[in-house]
Design a protein around this ligand. Structure first.
Ligand SMILES: C[S@@+](CC[C@H](N)C(=O)[O-])C[C@H]1O[C@@H](n2cnc3c(N)ncnc32)[C@H](O)[C@@H]1O
Length: 253
């Protein structure tokens, strides 16, 4: 898995050029103001190329981004706002000796954690790095939508002045593990000389039901205070691919 994003990082922003990072950062900032007014510091898990981190820093938050891919962090550091710092680390195993008001993990990063052990370790780490009553906000693939819609093969094409990327996705469903392995076949064509590179990647993604997140939260020191469709705020349904969960760190009892 770690190597996937080494290659991916080279064209990640091109693949996601249509993604509404501004709208998403506004949405997350609204959630933070609603559920934790006064929050100033954010820990971001799986910060990628730093798009959300910069936009949140522009709103006044200090952000520490954790990211396993040094290539992604190198891209993020090229545009990093003064209020943003990055650390190359695995979110299943980190110790910063620092606490934050809010933790976020966006664009299905938690769905990349496919085993119970990696989920429990990550959630416990987040709990240790949050102040009392701190929030953990993340979006994940939603089981009822995955089971209802059944992921299909699809091809997407992207280009800029330098390269054209054609990405074919061929998902394999593992119903007993709540996992879908998305196999990508990616062809990158250099626009200048038409040279082609081909890359194959395998991204196992886990999907979750609300009771599963509730029991994970309970086991790791959190309670689920709200869930809704990411950005639209609709109630989760079979039509909702990405559900946003808002967890609060429980106080000492
Ligand atoms: C789909 S990208 C999302 C990046 C960013 N949050 C965004 O919205 O653009 C998933 C990111 O999670 C990172 N990631 C996946 N598993 C990780 C892990 N165990 N530890 C740290 N980073 C991880 C990947 O390297 C990748 O950058």
């Amino acid at each position: 898995m770690a190597d996937n994003f080494k290659l991916y990082s080279q064209y990640y922003d091109l693949l996601n050029q249509g993604k509404d990072y501004v709208g998403e950062a506004n949405y997350v900032a609204d959630l933070i103001s609603t559920y934790s007014p006064g929050a100033k510091s954010i820990l971001e898990l799986g910060s990628g190329t730093g798009k959300h981190a910069n936009l949140l820093a522009e709103k006044g938050y200090r952000v520490m981004g954790l990211e396993r891919s040094p290539e992604m962090v190198a891209i993020a550091e090229q545009t990093a706002n003064d209020r943003v710092k990055y650390k190359v680390t695995d979110i299943t195993d980190f110790d910063l000796d620092q606490q934050f008001d809010v933790a976020i993990s966006l664009f299905h990063v938690v769905s990349y954690l496919t085993t119970n052990q990696s989920l429990i370790q990550t959630f416990k780490n987040v709990d240790q790095h949050l102040r009392e009553n701190g929030l953990f906000i993340f979006d994940v693939w939603h089981s009822s939508a995955v089971n209802h819609q059944i992921p299909e093969k699809r091809t997407r094409k992207f280009q800029n002045k330098e390269i054209e990327v054609v990405r074919k996705a061929d998902p394999v469903v593992f119903p007993e593990r709540n996992v879908v392995e998305v196999n990508f076949d990616i062809t990158i064509t250099n626009q200048a000389d038409q040279h082609q590179d081909q890359i194959f990647e395998n991204h196992p993604m886990r999907h979750f039901s609300a009771p599963e997140i509730e029991i994970l939260a309970y086991a790791t020191g959190f309670e689920v205070i709200h869930s809704e469709e990411f950005q639209s705020k609709a109630a989760p349904s079979v039509a909702t691919w990405g559900v946003c969960y808002i967890l609060r760190k429980k106080g000492q009892s």
